[in-house]
Design a protein around this ligand. Structure first.
Ligand code: CLF
Ligand code: SF4
Length: 297
């Protein structure tokens, strides 16, 4: 709340439903699915569906052009006055689609300047885009960080695509963690609020996430959101097909509790779709499909 934050930080947090537990009862967010491509492979992802970097495999969203996305934002904002935040969170990685992502931000900054811009990324391309992110006044960036140790990372990421080359194994995980840490440091040095999302994968990174928590806290992350792996065989993810289980609610809470005190822990995440619309936990995306928006005119 306002008593344990600077006025500048409180200003950024108070209307953001993900960054403030209190705000999520009153303020809504929307996502636009403008970013189909990805530059890494996570074993919990199924590309046919929304990933997202917010890590909820299993639902398909309608892909939009930046122009369609801007139109949708206006339509939603005029229908849902509590809509304060526009996030780009997939279905691939927003920074693997920088032209589409930043074109969308540019259009929305012009047509709906009061809407806060939010971005979620796996972090691989992040250091290359920090200046652009800052120039669009994006105040909130989420990085999905599942490990800070390549030995752990090799079991989560089969490959990354970086500098026109495919990297695998320990090398891939080492590059990814270096880029994530560098991107996080660059953002926090510029005063951009960073949330870290981590997917808890029992037997793979569950014990390790306390170390991730310390690493991101020491680099200035504002909030840590540890989410459960969603692993059902019907989602067709590598983990799902291998019989990898997700954590129980008790295991998740125990891990969140053991990190509490190190930094703010988010506990109200709803693992949104890449085209989510409305209050967290409420899904109004079906009201705002392209054909319905065209019919509103
Ligand atoms: Fe979207 Fe993410 Fe921004 Fe929120 S969602 S890009 S920070 S506006 Fe929020 Fe949804 Fe959890 Fe994400 S509840 S999945 S944390
Ligand atoms: Fe899938 Fe997101 Fe991982 Fe890319 S970063 S592979 S879209 S979960």
């Amino acid at each position: 709340g306002p008593d344990n934050m600077t006025p500048e930080v409180w200003e950024k947090v108070k209307n953001h439903p993900c960054y403030s537990e209190e705000a999520h009862h009153h303020y809504a967010r929307m996502h636009v699915a403008v970013a189909p491509a990805c530059n890494i492979q996570c074993n919990y992802c199924n590309r046919k569906y929304d990933c997202a970097n917010e890590s909820r495999p299993g639902v398909v969203s309608e892909k939009l052009t930046p122009e369609q996305a801007a139109k949708k934002v206006l339509a939603v904002a005029s229908t849902i006055p509590q809509m304060t935040v526009l996030g780009i969170a997939g279905p691939g990685d927003p920074l693997a689609n920088p032209d589409k992502t930043f074109k969308t931000f540019e259009l929305i900054a012009k047509t709906a300047p009061d809407i806060k811009l939010c971005l979620s990324t796996n972090g691989l391309a992040l250091p290359d885009h920090v200046d652009t992110i800052q120039s669009f006044n994006v105040d909130h960036v989420t990085i999905t960080i599942n490990m800070v140790d390549p030995e752990v990372g090799q079991h989560i990421y089969p490959w990354i695509y970086y500098q026109k080359k495919r990297w695998t194994g320990i090398d891939a995980a080492r590059i990814l963690t270096e880029r994530q840490m560098q991107g996080l440091e660059m953002l926090t040095a510029r005063g951009i609020l960073c949330k870290v999302n981590s997917v808890m994968i029992p037997g793979i990174n569950d014990k390790h996430l306390v170390e991730v928590n310390r690493a991101v806290k020491s680099r200035g992350a504002f909030l840590h959101n540890i989410m459960p792996l969603i692993s059902a065989p019907e989602h067709g993810t590598v983990f799902g097909l291998n019989g990898q289980r997700g954590p129980t609610a008790q295991e998740l809470k125990a891990l969140q509790d053991s990190c509490e005190g190190e930094m703010n822990m988010m506990r109200h995440c709803r693992q949104c779709r890449a085209d989510a619309v409305g209050l967290l936990g409420e899904d109004r995306s079906a009201e705002f499909t392209t054909d319905k928006i065209d019919a509103m005119e």
